[in-house]
Design a protein around this ligand. Structure first.
Ligand code: HEC
Ligand code: HEC
Ligand code: HEC
Ligand code: HEC
Ligand code: HEC
Length: 355
């Protein structure tokens, strides 16, 4: 009897916390926050740094480093002991997430990741200049004005993502309207988030990336995942005379740079090549986690098939790259440089007659 009452009380307390139960971060405040960064006269911040913004006990990198397992609560993007990536980062023995991992760039292979401050030194070849764009005033950071996450007009990293960790809901279409309503706190970017961050992704369990099937090369495709990359690597995505030669129109089959935010169903030349995407026939092809595509669909239905509705076969930067790092040059999802011979030809998921 007493047990039943206790259980009922616990249940009520749990339900009473309705909004918190949906919030992303849970647990004791002091796990993550320190009121004065002082305990018995000693600093609390891990690694011995001074007080952090938002009264945090460590930096973004401090919390987000470790090894992912099937029940980690924090998404780990940097595994200092060396994660298992496999051939494409999707095999069942891997322990990296959708963005890959910053490990290889931390070990000095500058080409294998974004050289984020606190993980790696400045890139020896690019400095702070993103290829296809203009130099940043300082080294890349996770968030804020010099980073990818959060409000890119705000310098302070924690301030730039303020509210994200507590107000974020894992489920639901992210409209881009606020930090917590943006795909992975990338302000303005839309999408649907895999609850496991693509730990062991499959055709039926993965992120849903938003894309736009453009008709002109100057369309910045606001809200698409590729438009995020374009904020720094602009010329690789849009701009007059950047994607197609002058006199040609976007989508006429003549390219200066590999198309992104372009739907494969509009391929002019060798269309059958793309209709065979990932072993399919041009209707309901299985989605590939090796070379994924974006979709213009903004519902919470997961895109497990491709060529099932209009604009669901959109080439994006992440069809070939990962955002954080991989073992391979140019942060590619697979080892393009060593193929053929070794490596892996992920291009063939789309260019099916080029394997
Ligand atoms: C698992 C880690 C974690 C726990 C536990 C946690 N927080 Fe936070 N909190 C964060 C992070 C990270 C930020 C800063 C970034 C952000 O706002 O998303 C933050 C930001 C905040 C902010 C400022 C932004 C906002 O959402 O208003 C407040 C206030 C706050 N936390 C209070 C609390 C309180 C009170 C508790 C305990 C009930 C708590 N936090 C527990 C991680 C945590
Ligand atoms: C005190 C620990 C802590 C700190 C500091 C922290 N995070 Fe997190 N972060 C977490 C945890 C825990 C989660 C997972 C929350 C969940 O989904 O349950 C998370 C989730 C995230 C996510 C995934 C959100 C999503 O859409 O699923 C992003 C992106 C992120 N953090 C970025 C950052 C950035 C950028 C910083 C630095 C400004 C930062 N974090 C600082 C603990 C932290
Ligand atoms: C905040 C600006 C910024 C954003 C947004 C950004 N990048 Fe970068 N990127 C850089 C900078 C700076 C470099 C050069 C320094 C480095 O590699 O760290 C770079 C380098 C790269 C490289 C070359 C790696 C090397 O070192 O040779 C690739 C590939 C890349 N980015 C892809 C992407 C993709 C894909 C996205 C979108 C998911 C993206 N970037 C978003 C700033 C950015
Ligand atoms: C997600 C699908 C996809 C992936 C992955 C992909 N491509 Fe493409 N590629 C396309 C589409 C669609 C076009 C445009 C075809 C058109 O306009 O007719 C294209 C165009 C090209 C072109 C221009 C020639 C032409 O037919 O217009 C080359 C060259 C090319 N891709 C090479 C590559 C290489 C190399 C890789 C791997 C590093 C790769 N692609 C990966 C879909 C893809
Ligand atoms: C079809 C596959 C594919 C797509 C789509 C793609 N890339 Fe690449 N990217 C590559 C390959 C392959 C390389 C390696 C160098 C090369 O072959 O040109 C590369 C190299 C890069 C580099 C390094 C350039 C340097 O000077 O070191 C950056 C930065 C980059 N890509 C950014 C992007 C961005 C941003 C997008 C989306 C707008 C994008 N890529 C879309 C395949 C792709």
């Amino acid at each position: 009897m007493r047990r039943t009452i206790l259980l009922a009380l616990v249940t009520t307390a749990w339900l009473g916390l309705g909004h918190l139960a949906h919030a992303s971060v849970t647990g004791v405040c002091s796990n993550c926050h320190t009121m004065h960064n002082s305990q018995g006269g000693n600093g609390v911040v891990t690694g011995g740094g001074g007080p952090q913004s938002a009264l945090l006990v460590t930096t973004c990198v401090g919390c987000h480093q470790g090894r992912n397992t099937s029940n980690s609560e924090t998404p780990y993007v940097f595994d200092p002991n060396g994660p298992t990536y496999g051939t494409t980062g999707t095999e069942t023995n891997t322990n990296t997430l959708a963005g890959g991992n910053f490990y290889w760039v931390s070990m000095g292979n500058d080409a294998s990741g974004h050289n984020v401050q606190g993980i790696a030194g400045q890139d020896s070849r690019h400095g702070n200049t993103p290829p296809g764009g203009s130099a940043l005033p300082a080294q890349l950071t996770c968030a804020g004005a010099y980073g990818c996450h959060g409000d890119r007009t705000i310098l302070d990293q924690a301030k730039s993502i303020a509210g994200g960790h507590h107000n974020h809901q894992v489920s639901g279409w992210k409209s881009g309207a606020s930090i917590e309503e943006s795909y992975r706190f990338l302000l303005g970017i839309k999408g649907l988030e895999s609850a496991s961050y693509e730990y062991h992704p499959t055709t039926t369990d993965h992120n849903k990336y938003y894309g736009i099937d453009r008709s002109v090369e100057t369309d910045t495709a606001t809200g698409s995942i590729s438009s995020l990359c374009a904020q720094c690597h602009g010329q690789f995505h849009d701009g007059s005379g950047e994607m197609v030669p002058s006199g040609s129109s976007f989508g006429s089959g003549i390219w200066l740079r590999h198309p992104t935010d372009f739907d494969m169903s509009r391929a002019v030349a060798r269309r059958q090549e793309y209709e065979a995407y990932n072993g399919g026939t041009g209707t309901d092809n299985p989605y590939s986690v090796v070379s994924p595509v974006a979709t213009a669909d903004t519902t919470t239905n997961l895109n497990t098939t491709v060529f099932s509705q209009s604009d669901d076969a959109i080439v994006m930067c992440l069809s070939c790259h990962r955002a954080h790092g991989t073992p391979y040059d140019a942060i590619l999802r697979w080892d393009y440089k060593s193929w053929p011979g070794g490596g892996y030809n992920g291009c063939a998921v789309c260019h099916t007659s080029k394997d």
